[in-house]
Design a protein around this ligand. Sequence first.
Ligand code: NAP
Length: 281
Amino acid sequence: MLNKTVRLANGYEIPSIGFGTWQTPDGCTAIRAVKEALDHGYMHIDCAAVYGNEKSIGKALKKSGIDRKKLFITSKLWNTERGYDKTLAAFEQTLSDLQLDYLDLYLIHWTANAKQFPNWKELNADTWRAFETLYKQGKIRSIGVSNFKKHHLEALIADSTIKPMINQIEFHPGFMQKETVDFCHENRIVVEAWSPLGTGKMLNNEILKTIAEKYHVSVAQLCIRWCLQNNVIPLPKSVTPNRIQENIDVYDFEISDEDMAAINEMKYCGGSGLDPDEIDF
Ligand SMILES: NC(=O)c1ccc[n+]([C@@H]2O[C@H](COP(=O)([O-])OP(=O)(O)OC[C@H]3O[C@@H](n4cnc5c(N)ncnc54)[C@H](OP(=O)(O)O)[C@@H]3O)[C@@H](O)[C@H]2O)c1
């Protein structure tokens, strides 16, 4: 039996499936999608300032009337806001947009990289100091990063007092980022999977279709369950009511060791193509 929550290194519990909100249009679509997700039991919503829809998500959270303590809300600091003072200001903006008085998780959206910043290590460390301040003030219950590879994590850990509790990375069949995931698990950093369906690119894969048929589930459900069985928290996104429901209905089947191995061994079959060391945004 899989647990429906995962314990972070600081003891805080995170629901083991989160609801993605990237490319969810701002306004009534975002409000409706989040309402639908909450109605189907997603208590964990993955947001980001750069998605441009935090105000709408804030409205949906407020309207739901759900006890704040039951919700787990994540946001991310965008790349233009790195550095100590800018991070503090960006955080306050996100909190106000979401109409919240604390976040459950705040992430550095992308590592600064050597290609753009000769001082990338210092820049990440300065940003992280602001995260530590907000964490100590109780304004964020857990802090983490996104799109950090092993060498980015090593540099940050060497330069800080609190280790990231989460690393959110691209993770789907054919793209498992094993070195990063192993490093995270060895260091009690929980891994979250962005694009667990490869932004839809996994859904017509023949290997996945054949395995999904065996369990009478959809390829989306197979990918989500596969993340969970790899101890990774999936963040599926959808604006479509029946898909939103389907994507959280993954607790009553189990992928066999043999099928897990077959999926784990799949070759690259599509993804974002983004490498944190190469990005220029
Ligand atoms: N940290 C980062 O840098 C980063 C980067 C990318 C994403 N993320 C996070 O990860 C979340 C998920 O990644 P993602 O948005 O790339 O996409 P995803 O969850 O991998 O795939 C979403 C796509 O699949 C479709 N879909 C969802 N469920 C389906 C189902 N059951 N059957 C058929 N189609 C289905 C959706 O369509 P409809 O919506 O039209 O139903 C949408 O086109 C994001 O929303 C965001 O929160 C983070």
